[in-house]
Design a protein around this ligand. Structure first.
Ligand SMILES: NC(=O)c1ccc[n+]([C@@H]2O[C@H](COP(=O)([O-])OP(=O)(O)OC[C@H]3O[C@@H](n4cnc5c(N)ncnc54)[C@H](OP(=O)(O)O)[C@@H]3O)[C@@H](O)[C@H]2O)c1
Length: 275
């Protein structure tokens, strides 16, 4: 798989939070060498600082960055995508691959604003990509061939797991796994707070909460077992866990989480249309 990227040149347009995380993951896994990367940001002083810390070329010139690139990773905010596409339109050709991580922006929106035939893949990663534990949903645009999708998979696999979905599900991926870390941190913080309430020192409570979440998630991933069956295995008749579960149900934790993901998914459909 790695050979697919041998000698490829990468442009990262908008190397902010997620762009920076992804670029560092690709460099760490030696998928792309620093000399093959051209990144951009909006502010010149940020470009200088980022260039120094990542040891790659970072400028504010999107057109120059894409000129010799084989892969263009678009990581600007949804509302900035239109301006950036206008800037690079005359430079990008169908021999290049565009991978966009912008929430809310369909591949068709990008395709319409580029010359005909440019392959586009849409990706929706999350911040745990920073430690190789990310989750990225991928969807192909109309000109993207299987080889293009494979390139995107190779890149994002370096930052965690990937799943290919139909593009109509990308806003749902955004609402679940891209927004998800924020929801999980709130749950984790609450469990740690609960530990403090029942007498544990905060650092120990946070460790217990985080490792418990991590362990439970790993069991689901590694066994493929339904979470409800795994929950049942913890729940001794007339034991402590069932009392805790009763409180969770009384607090409508399930419906609250479902509503959080539904709202985030709906919001993902709106972002592009804001000025
Ligand atoms: N954060 C996440 O968890 C996450 C997850 C999945 C997808 N996304 C998507 O990733 C995109 C970026 O989100 P983010 O959280 O990384 O935001 P961010 O930290 O604000 O990054 C945006 C970057 O774009 C740069 N930029 C702005 N205008 C530009 C232009 N005209 N040309 C080149 N660069 C420009 C900014 O430069 P300056 O730093 O100089 O202002 C900044 O570095 C969004 O579309 C979002 O939907 C984010």
């Amino acid at each position: 798989m790695k050979n697919k990227l041998a000698g490829k040149r990468l442009a990262v347009l908008g190397a902010g939070k997620i762009g920076g995380i992804l670029l560092q993951a690709f460099l760490r896994h030696k998928l792309i060498s620093p000399g093959q990367v051209r990144a951009t940001v909006r502010h010149a002083e940020k470009a200088r600082a980022l260039g120094k810390s990542l040891r790659v070329s970072v400028t504010t010139d999107n057109r120059a960055a894409v000129e010799k690139a084989d892969i263009i990773l678009l990581c600007v905010k949804p509302q900035t995508v239109k301006d950036v596409l206008e800037e690079i339109r005359s430079t990008v050709t169908p021999r290049q691959l565009i991978i966009s991580v912008a929430a809310s922006v369909p591949t068709a929106y990008l395709e319409e604003r580029l010359v005909d035939g440019v392959p586009v893949v849409r990706a929706m990663p999350n911040t745990p990509c920073a430690i190789g534990a990310g989750m990225t949903g991928l969807a192909s645009g109309k000109h993207a061939k299987p080889g293009h999708l494979e390139i995107a998979q190779t890149l994002f696999d370096a930052a965690g797991r990937t799943v290919v979905v139909d593009e109509k599900l990308m806003d749902a991926v955004t609402g679940l796994s891209a927004s998800g870390p924020a929801f999980i941190y709130i749950l984790l913080e609450s469990l740690a707070e609960a530990g403090v309430k029942v007498g544990l020192p905060r650092d120990i409570a946070t460790l217990l909460a985080a490792q418990t979440m991590y362990g439970a998630a790993r069991v689901v991933l590694e066994t493929g077992e339904h979470p409800a069956r795994l929950k049942d295995a913890v729940t001794t008749p007339a034991g402590c866990t069932i009392d805790g579960i009763l409180e969770l149900e009384d607090g409508k934790v399930r419906v609250t989480l479902i509503k959080a993901v539904v709202k985030a998914t709906q919001r993902a459909r709106e972002l592009l249309f804001e000025g």
